[in-house]
Design a binder for this molecule. Structure first.
Ligand code: HPA
Length: 263
């Protein structure tokens, strides 16, 4: 059983420093997902590149269900997912790390549940606290151990993409209480919750969002900033593994105990 997984978003495409690496194609009822498994200092880890090889899959076409089901099939209990994001506030500067604690969902055309009726049933999953507070603590500790500042908390607005936002959209998101804008955390976090998996997001701010940034936005500026941040991200990801508490008292897994829920 591999308990811990990393989902690498934009700019995080390789499993870095894992021993005994193995590439596995997991056949799930939702399609195939490629996962690399290995060990970091004795701890087994699964790595999944969300956008596929060479960033070949756009946010709205990612097979989120296959990805999350593949990790579940490996026995994963904890997922730490990276995400490149734009910032809605001058205080949240490019280059900084934020652990999202809430999201606002503006996605439009993504399969977002495993429970589509029939034999699977229908589930209305609690999302009061979508991102696992225990996993976030592990990330905070890893940041502190490595001298890296991490802001623990922020509202992630998930936009459909793949285009960037208009300045007017960003102004609305800001008024609604958003701090960060990205294109991938939803439905990934919801699907993990449906399968009782703890899930944390580490957002890497790559740019000020549209209308806050003085210029136009480009994917290459996002990639450049991710390249600069990669050393820090790797330290946080690998460093967090030893702080993940197997007996963490969070509620993420309890959805599996609701009556009528497929296990
Ligand atoms: N908007 C949406 N997604 C993003 C951004 C942004 O400004 N930057 C990185 N991912």
């Amino acid at each position: 059983m591999i308990k811990n997984a990393i989902i690498g978003g934009t700019g995080v495409y390789d499993p870095y420093l894992l021993d005994d690496m193995q590439e596995r194609v997991m056949n799930t009822p939702y399609g195939d997902a490629k996962v690399i498994t290995g060990k970091y200092q004795g701890t087994e880890v699964a790595f999944l590149a969300r956008h596929g090889e060479k960033h070949s899959v756009p946010p709205h076409l990612i097979n989120y269900r296959a990805n999350i089901m593949a990790l579940k099939m490996l026995g994963v209990k904890n997922i730490i997912a990276t995400a490149a994001v734009g910032s809605l506030h001058f205080e949240y500067k490019p280059g900084s790390f934020v652990l999202a604690d809430q999201f606002i969902d503006f996605t439009r055309c993504r399969p977002s549940t495993f429970y589509e009726g029939g034999e699977a049933g229908v589930v209305h999953c609690d999302m009061t606290v979508p991102y696992c507070s225990e996993l976030r603590q592990a990330l905070v500790k890893a940041g502190a151990a490595n001298g890296i500042e991490i802001c623990n908390g922020g509202v992630y607005v998930c936009n459909e993409g793949p285009r960037f936002e208009t300045a007017a959209e960003i102004a609305v998101f800001k008024q609604m209480g958003g701090h960060l804008v990205g294109m991938t955390s939803v439905p990934e976090v919801c699907l993990a919750r449906e399968l009782g998996i703890c899930y944390a997001n580490i957002s890497i701010i790559t740019n000020f969002a549209a209308g806050i940034s003085p210029g136009v936005l480009t994917h290459s500026e996002v990639l450049d900033m991710m390249k600069n941040s990669l050393g820090g991200i790797r330290k946080i990801l690998t460093g967090s593994l030893k702080y993940i508490d197997e007996k963490a008292p969070c509620d993420c897994g309890n959805i599996l105990n609701e009556p009528g829920v497929m296990k």
